[in-house]
Design a protein around this ligand. Sequence first.
Ligand SMILES: N[C@H](CCC[C@H](N)C(=O)O)C(=O)O
Length: 269
Amino acid sequence: MRIPFRKMHGLGNDFVVIDARETPVAMTTRRAAALADRRTGVGCDQLIVLEPSQAADVRMRIFNNDGGEVEACGNASRAVGLLLGGTNSIETLGGLIRSEAGEDGVTVDMGLPRFGWQEIPLSYAMDTLELPLGWEELENPVGVNVGNPHAVFFVPDADAVELERLGPIIENDAVFPERVNVNVASVVGPDHLRLRVWERGAGLTRACGTGACATAVAAMRRKLTGRKVRVDLPGGPLTIAWPEGGSIEMTGPAALSFEGSFEDADFPA
Ligand SMILES: N[C@H](CCC[C@H](N)C(=O)O)C(=O)O
């Protein structure tokens, strides 16, 4: 039996989206990793499975390239928002989010950021506004959870950091019991950031929506920017707004690349 999918992306962060709302599709770490594998599978940064939800218009399950199921994916939330059209509530492991498809892209209410050390989470109590940690030139990040865990490092030049070498070291450090997404950012202007991300379970990606949210919130907490910022990622810009005490709002593009299908038996669950 063939299972249809849509290949989509948000600023080059790409997804295989399976709509399992009508017909259930079994998904396991093994099957997700095989489908996400660019050498032998369809290939993507994250695999997205849409399922019926009791709490929202749709349930969005997110599997990283390594097959691990995670709580949030900002770029995929916009892709699903585009797919569904209009305004939708989306249930994720990281909480309930809301998408609104508009003329100039898709806006997603990503919910409230969390800053408690156990909410990041971290292995022991620390000041999450300036973690007393360092890996070579990457020091004292901000810890923030935007559904998923992020460490945000502010550096003079994000492009000069050897993120492909330092990223996996930090991602897998025991201080992050659920591993972590590693963000390296520079302040370009009063409301303008440059960001590169080593993603937990996916590595270097062209863009990371939750990374842009985490980095914008971290910059605002450190009073480096105003409450609405442009975040330039390698794949393009996102706009992030975070009103005092409110939820994070992310706006940016999403696109359908092509439609395809895979043979169920070729990817055992
Ligand atoms: N690697 C992330 C999930 C995908 C995040 C990224 N693709 C985004 O757009 O937010 C994690 O393990 O939490």
